[in-house]
Design a protein around this ligand. Structure first.
Ligand SMILES: CC(C)(COP(=O)(O)OP(=O)(O)OC[C@H]1O[C@@H](n2cnc3c(N)ncnc32)[C@H](O)[C@@H]1OP(=O)(O)O)[C@@H](O)C(=O)NCCC(=O)NCCS
Length: 263
């Protein structure tokens, strides 16, 4: 069983009936292999009694729309966190219902659950704090083609895209995003608000700190720790630990100009 990650209080509040069961008690048919839905944490099967709102209107919002639709659920709307000028426009069939400041006027915490779909990790952290204060609960958007071990832990507000693989005893922190075709090997610890870009391969027992970016196609060898708010450049092969705030690139990865030396 994955080691419980800090900041995750199991049983925050009595969850509604098992979302993998339809209101009439029959098992809810989810696209994709059952094993993909067996993991612990905030099941991708949505709370049938609450509708979904996506906070964000950019590329991550389009991922979330894809993942929810593939689960047979249609988001109620998008919230733009950058501008009011796009309100009313549709993104892949889902309307931008409001600007962030007006979210509660359109979608009450009582009837809606939210996911933050936004590319800047620091801004995502701010939004999570603000939405929590407003009383919203978070849901995850996981594509049914992602394969997630039933011994893995996935926390709230996580996006996991098509073809990603999460192996046994790995843990994905709240509001992290695991892009398409990533391999998150056994016992990995992915920090909250981390962004693991498309095609990244993390070998076993790798830790990625809160708010860090591991960019497209990077590889990390077994047992490595990448600190908080760090950046691993696209295509890098990381063979040494990366400190908090570190920026590394290349094969093997070396500190980028102006970055803290990778010990
Ligand atoms: C790491 C990264 C963010 C750095 O961006 P940046 O800070 O703007 O850096 P610059 O482009 O100014 O490059 C600085 C130096 O690092 C080098 N560099 C940048 N990215 C590199 C990479 N991926 N591998 C090797 N070297 C790299 C540049 O060639 C440059 O070297 P120079 O000073 O000798 O010319 C960026 O290059 C990168 O890897 N982006 C990938 C983003 C991605 O995967 N997005 C998908 C999100 S889903």
């Amino acid at each position: 069983m994955a080691k419980k990650m800090k900041g995750f209080s199991a049983g925050e509040s009595p969850l509604p009936p098992d979302p993998r069961t339809s209101p009439d008690g029959s098992p809810r048919v989810l696209a994709g292999p059952l094993s993909a839905t067996g993991f612990k944490g905030d099941s991708p099967a949505l709370n049938p009694y609450k509708k979904i709102v996506i906070v964000g209107a950019g590329s991550q919002a389009r991922y979330a729309i894809d993942n929810f639709l593939a689960q047979g659920a249609k988001p109620a709307g998008l919230i733009d966190v950058e501008t009011k000028k796009n309100v009313g426009q549709k993104i892949n069939g889902v309307a931008i219902a409001a600007f962030y400041d007006d979210i509660a006027k359109h979608f009450t915490p009582k009837s809606y659950q939210v996911i933050i779909a936004y590319g800047d990790n620091a801004k995502k952290r701010e939004l999570a704090l603000s939405l929590t204060k407003k009383g919203y609960r978070f849901v995850s958007a996981i594509h049914p083609s992602a394969v997630i071990s039933s011994f893995a832990e996935v926390q709230k507000g996580v996006i996991i895209n098509a073809g990603a693989v999460v192996m046994p005893n790995a843990a994905i922190g709240r509001h992290a995003i695991i892009h398409s075709q990533c391999v998150i090997e056994h016992d990995n610890q992915i920090g909250a608000f981390a962004n693991i870009a498309p095609g990244v391969s993390l070998a076993g027992r790798v830790t990625v700190g809160e708010g860090s970016y591991v960019y497209t196609g990077a590889s990390v060898i077994a047992g490595i720790t990448i600190g908080k708010n760090a950046v691993v450049a696209a295509g890098a092969v990381v063979t040494k630990n990366v400190p908090d705030g570190g920026r590394v690139a290349g094969v093997p990865a070396r500190p980028m100009a102006g970055s803290l030396a990778a010990r």
